[in-house]
Design a protein around this ligand. Sequence first.
Ligand SMILES: [Zn+2]
Length: 393
Amino acid sequence: MLDILLKGVNIKGNILDVGIAQGEFVLLEPHIGVSAQRELDCRGWLAVPGLVDCHLHLDKSLLMERAHYVDVSGPEKGALTRAEKATFTEADIRARAEKVIKAGFAAGNLLIRTSVDVDPLVGTTGVKALLALKEKYAGLVNIQVAAFAQEGFEKYPASVDLLRQALDMGADLVGGHTIVDTDGRRHIDTILNLAREYGVEAEFHLDESGKREHYLLPYVTQRMKEMGLKGRVTGIHCCTLSALTPEERKEALDFMVKGSLKVISAPTAISTRNIAPVKELLAAGLLVGIGSDNVADFFNPIGSGDIKQAALLLAYVQRFFTFELVGQLWDMLTYRGAALLGYSGYDIALGQRADITLFEALNPRDVLARQASPALIIRGGQIHYRKNGDQWW
Ligand SMILES: [Zn+2]
């Protein structure tokens, strides 16, 4: 007797019945004749373990609930954010982040990595709040916490020790921002040294301005190789790639491939600059994911934290329109994104934990075009959400 039997599920283009017992996938066959406590007709709809949002800022999310957007420069928006940040409390961060996590769950975002600011303005309060939420939602939403040096070290040298505290508290990785200090190389070295010291991965908001004078990608790829961190560093944005000549870009891709640099595209950045050429990154064989980035804050007042929106935006901006290219987008939102985050066990396969998210759609194009929400979410063999049926928590 199975706990759950899903009839007619589209898994990577194959229509299969899925048998779940004791929290695991135990049968995956075209036709399963075994009885189950619950049997659901899935009508050939598309299923994945869950969607993956590789980058967002949960600690600074939803500031638009209490502040007004003003259309000013990036540095001015940074100043507005710092003023808000100085007022953050753990309860405040937790309440806003939790709202986004819950909304993301309903949208199918089940594996997420959030950057969390760590500096003298907010201390490690954000990390504390997000680690508590990570624990609270364990098994439902997998949350990775990156302790993030948003404000740099030149103005806030105490941030180095605070990052150490955050890593001691259990932050999953360390994050830097290559244009916030005048000496970007020194900033990069500080972050990579912490990554090596703690045995964690590093990520950088890398070349975010898109300007040639901020081009530090070659330095990052060089240092990660020298420091034995090949394949353990991710570049978020990498916008300057779009400002290079074809020859320079070819050289940059070569650096990235040799260092196994992982890349996260945050397509909403297109509102103020050109973004990295994702098709070229994929063609080079790099591990590329997509991130929502800012969620209803000064930098993106209409961000929602639904990763499907970022994917749709990228599809338009860089013309991911053919069946094959939409498939690549979907791969970034699912299997490739999970691989980028180093999440093992992300698969609908025999013996795996029964995590399945079913969209009322026949293929990825249909999900993205209609921005479809899941019809069913099963986590560890438990039904947590069924459209018009069970609610989650
Ligand atoms: Zn970001």
